[in-house]
Design a binder for this molecule. Structure first.
Ligand code: HEC
Ligand code: HEC
Ligand code: HEC
Length: 405
């Protein structure tokens, strides 16, 4: 059963404290239709989408990680009210500054205004229909969301078809552009291989949903998504010993060396994704002591071959190795990601500016807050890895060298 979370004024709470029995029951019955159980992911007392979908909890569940990395989210505020980790995360609005919350992808903008915030909102009519079809009737028109109730129009607007892109399906917010594309929408960890049934008609994506036009290009290329967040990602696999060296002393000869060793838990090859037979790409992110992003390096191979050899190859069943003499991808020439037992896994990445592709000016950025740094390696469809470096060896504006933790 759904736990209702009626909004009560202080006066109402006081009244409730002083009345008993039937009166309370009657009052609850009267309040029940205002049960905005799903205004939030979690109202702090376990009520909201979290009742059934726990995967965002603490910011490190599988749903949280996959939503962020898989869909190329550009800004934590598309869900959070004021920066990553701030709460409550609302389902229809993300906070002052705008944004549609979960409904930005799971709903559509029908030109409606929220009775709660007074601001434009998106509404997830399709998602509600999907829940009803899956036996969760509380979200349906016979449950809380009846036409005319809770500020809804009466009658409801005609639902947009599967082919209409929700507001967040735009490069400004995410790597998602096509609501008919399973390649873009599907999360690899769930059981099926299709994405959202955006309009809740029981059919998801092309070709199942007849709203979806035949794609112009026969095989839609997925937008590989691994980009650094504005702040370090939470819930990454920690490294027990690592280092960062960025040398920008000589123009044209700048160098980068990142090591995340002694990965704390046991790490499997699969936790690095699969850059050999799959489509995994990576990003190396460098943050200063104030958690400001100061350096971002994308590890996206130029193609299957680097020179005459495959860019990536497997390292037994433990991990993967990358080599590109041309340093095409942000100056990165080498990467080795290996897993193993507790404390054995290691990530090593090196770059140089021989081809002019290595992002520079990172050392200068780190000078603003040189007391510590955080280095993360994110993958597009698997785990992320992180280390905080507090032992600063050199930060003179041309070289930054730190060990950690
Ligand atoms: C009472 C349980 C329950 C609650 C509460 C609930 N859901 Fe669901 N949800 C389900 C079930 C059951 C499914 C179907 C099985 C599945 O895909 O996991 C589902 C599926 C989904 C899907 C997949 C849709 C698709 O097209 O594949 C999304 C997205 C979703 N829910 C979002 C939400 C959001 C957002 C909230 C809060 C506003 C929420 N759910 C609240 C039970 C619930
Ligand atoms: C797709 C929506 C979404 C995006 C995008 C998102 N988050 Fe979250 N995040 C959530 C939800 C939902 C929760 C759980 C909130 C709750 O438990 O009330 C959460 C929780 C967290 C928490 C734990 C907070 C706590 O006190 O339990 C952290 C930390 C966090 N997010 C960081 C981030 C960062 C950093 C980013 C951007 C890089 C980000 N999130 C992007 C939805 C999102
Ligand atoms: C950037 C767009 C975007 C935002 C914002 C977003 N989602 Fe999703 N979400 C998706 C897509 C796309 C899928 C489809 C995954 C699939 O079907 O494989 C999904 C899937 C889900 C699922 C089902 C996972 C499964 O088992 O396949 C749940 C539950 C869910 N989202 C909840 C939420 C909640 C709660 C929020 C707000 C805190 C939210 N989402 C915000 C894009 C988004």
């Amino acid at each position: 059963m759904i736990r209702l979370e009626p909004r009560m004024s202080t006066a109402a709470r006081a009244v409730q404290a002083h009345v008993h029995g039937a009166l309370v029951l009657l009052a609850l019955l009267l309040w029940a239709p205002d049960a905005q159980a799903y205004r939030w992911y979690d109202n702090g007392a376990g009520s909201g989408c979290v009742q059934c979908h726990t995967g965002f909890l603490n910011g490190n569940g599988p749903l949280h990680l996959q939503h962020r990395t898989q869909f190329g989210v550009t800004d934590c505020n598309i869900c959070h009210p004021n920066g990553g980790s701030t709460k409550p995360v609302l389902t229809y609005w993300s906070g002052p500054g705008g944004g549609y919350g979960c409904a930005g992808c799971h709903g559509q903008d029908y030109g409606e205004t929220s009775p709660n915030s007074g601001l434009p909102k998106a509404t997830a009519y399709g998602l509600r229909a999907f829940h009803v079809a899956n036996g969760i009737t509380s979200c349906g028109t016979s449950g809380c969301h009846q036409p005319g109730a809770l500020g809804h129009p009466n009658p409801f607007p005609t639902l947009y078809g599967e082919n209409v892109a929700p507001p967040y399906f735009a490069p400004m917010f995410t790597g998602l552009t096509d609501p008919c594309s399973s390649t873009q929408e599907d999360l690899p960890f769930d059981l099926d291989s299709v994405g959202l049934d955006n309009d809740g008609d029981g059919a998801a994506d092309y070709p199942a949903d007849s709203d979806c036009p035949t794609p112009a290009t026969p095989t839609p290329t997925p937008t590989p998504g691994a980009s650094c967040g504005v702040a370090p990602a939470p819930g990454c696999i920690a490294s027990g010993k690592g280092s960062l060296q960025i040398d920008e002393k000589k123009t044209g000869k700048e160098k980068l060396k990142v090591t995340l060793g002694k990965l704390q838990p046991a790490v499997t090859q699969g936790q690095f994704g699969d850059p050999v037979n799959g489509t995994t790409v990576y990003a190396v992110c460098v943050y200063d002591a104030a958690d400001q992003l100061r350096g971002e390096y994308s590890l996206v191979p130029p193609g299957p071959l680097c020179g005459t050899k495959p860019c990536w190859k497997a390292v037994s069943d433990k991990g993967y190795q990358y080599k590109d003499k041309e340093a095409t991808s942000d100056g990165l020439v080498q990467a080795k990601l290996t897993g193993g037992d507790v404390g054995k896994g290691q990530i090593k990445i090196q770059g140089k500016n021989s081809s002019g592709n290595l992002p520079i000016g990172v050392v200068a950025g780190l000078m603003n807050n040189p007391s510590s740094a955080t280095v993360q390696v994110l993958s597009s469809d698997a785990a992320c890895f992180s280390i905080g470096l507090t032992e600063i060896k050199k930060a003179d504006g041309t070289v930054f060298q730190a060990n950690g933790p």
